[in-house]
Design a protein around this ligand. Sequence first.
Ligand code: DC
Length: 671
Amino acid sequence: MYAIPFLDLPPLTGAAGTVRLPGSKSISNRVLLLAGLGAGTTTVHGLLDSDDTAVMLDALRALGCTVDREGGVTRVGGLGGRLAVHEARLFLGNAGTAMRPLAAALAVLAARQGGRFELAGVPRMHERPIGDLVDALRPLGCDVRYLGSEGFPPLAVAGAAGGRLATDAPIRVRGDVSSQFLSALLLALPLAADAADVVVEVVGELISKPYVEITLNLLARFGIAVRREGWQRFTIPAGSFYRTPGEIWVEGDASSASYFVALGAIAATADPVVVEGVGSDSIQGDLRFVDAAVAMGADVVTEPGRVVVRRGAWPLRAITLDANHIPDAAMTLAVMALYADGPSTIANIASWRVKETDRIAALAAELGKLGAAVEAGADFIRVTPPRQWRAAAIHTYDDHRMAMCLSLAAFNPLAGATPPVPVRILEPRCVGKTFPDYFEALFALARTEPAHVPVITIDGPTASGKGTLATAVAAALGYHKLDSGSLYRALALAAMRRQVDTSSGEALAALARRLDLRFDGDRLWLDGTEVSAELRLEVVGSTASRISALPEVRQALHDLQLAFRRPPGLVADGRDMGTVVFPDAALKVFLTASAARRAERRHRQLAEKGIAARIEDLRADLEARDERDRNRSVAPLKPAEDAMLLDNSALGVDQSVAQVLAWWAQRRPFG
Ligand code: DC
């Protein structure tokens, strides 16, 4: 996950491949609640691992449920409808799917068995309405109090043991602000249906009906057959109790699927984008998004467990759609509208205003920054594609869906954007709410021309600290890193192991082409075994320095280095990154430090490893190595003409990193 202040997406030009969706948020949190209220152990497969499920799991633990997680399997030992603790303070982040049903369940449990529970969240949670749920619970006899503003969390629910609930009359709840209030009641009221039927009536129009269907479906899996009359009246039969199905599989998240369905519709011009984890057998209404994507021109085949998407019509067809049934996924349509042949209108989406952020206002602002003309009303948004695309720094408002749907704006070259523009996503880690690895998944499928992928080169002599600097800069930007020296070192090590003649350029080049290397961050495997430590040995370094003077060797390693240039970007360190391998790099840094400083640093590194060395010898070695790297006829060590010179003799690592990032900021189009 990208725990960085911003992530720059380069212009992207295509997509293909398979993505495995994380588990559905809506299903995960409902299953956890049902398992927690029921008796016995429920084994949950494919549970979503995200911020919203983490707060639910913490809450269940605080209430005395047992929770075991192992691999992809979560085991929840439930309460069997009996409170194990009678007082707790629960922190529920910004998870509506935890706040609403837990508030209802704990209100009912406290009213009958006694106790006091507080439920709170992040500041945005305290701006998201819950009054309609509280208004439904109070006439039942539940003691629910607002601890902050009237109508909003935080809440306290309380009661004395032996209390009775007034379930004779139907429980009335409004359904036009959020369907989660009805869902919360349906999930919690089986706790009060031991003796007689419990009836819930919806007042006014019910929005987001497919989410209520998920609730009914999962209640049925836990043995509770709610009778439904239209979308107005729901009866929980007397004698209901939560019977665990034992094992349950969580399907992939259909709202998360929308980004990849859109990706296929926009960018899968040859091979398809295959979305695994949802399909024709899904219980999630958000999959109806597929119909809307098809209406816009996507070529989609829906099968059990997967959806296969290719680009169909291009540009996409503009649509006007009542999106009340797919409120979350419809945000993706608003971004697909950037690629349409005219203005698109997404209507009947007033609930957007009370989600993680006011999504109508947020999308209007951010789509506008990209150059689209946007009109927004109380319950609709109309988007006209940009005439002139602009590089934009997208605010995400701590809303995972803002980050994910707007990432699709990076495909602007496909809409003919001239010039193609990068898209900056601010606070990208907000995707952790439902899809922690979203950007990794996107980059695994996205294609682009190498020229679109920004490269920062950091060249310099040995022990100048370029590796440390490159690692830190790459981490700060979320970019890949290439330690080109490690390739020369790996080749040197392979040659030493196999007794290949290290003076023969041809023999070494042949070996280089067969090299079995695997990288993972700063670690490197050769022929399947990790060699990260061995590569740092002095003898390997000096052999690398010798063989790197051979033109055949440099040529053989060239393509391998180019292959590191992948979205979102690359920081490459070495000797000739800016001069030979990436001459079009967007920023070139030439890092130096006095030989005395470098010898001291190397001496300290060796001392840390318990290796004794004389500082004068180290300095003599460094100078000899510099001399050889500088004077070789191919790719000699020297600054590129357009390189920024950075002498870090008197700088700490943080200062050097700050300097490089400051130069980088000046070269980016985000202001
Ligand atoms: O940076 P390093 O010490 O790990 O590099 C080992 C040797 O590889 C170095 O002495 C010169 C060579 N090298 C090179 O010629 N070109 C590069 N881009 C990187 C390293």
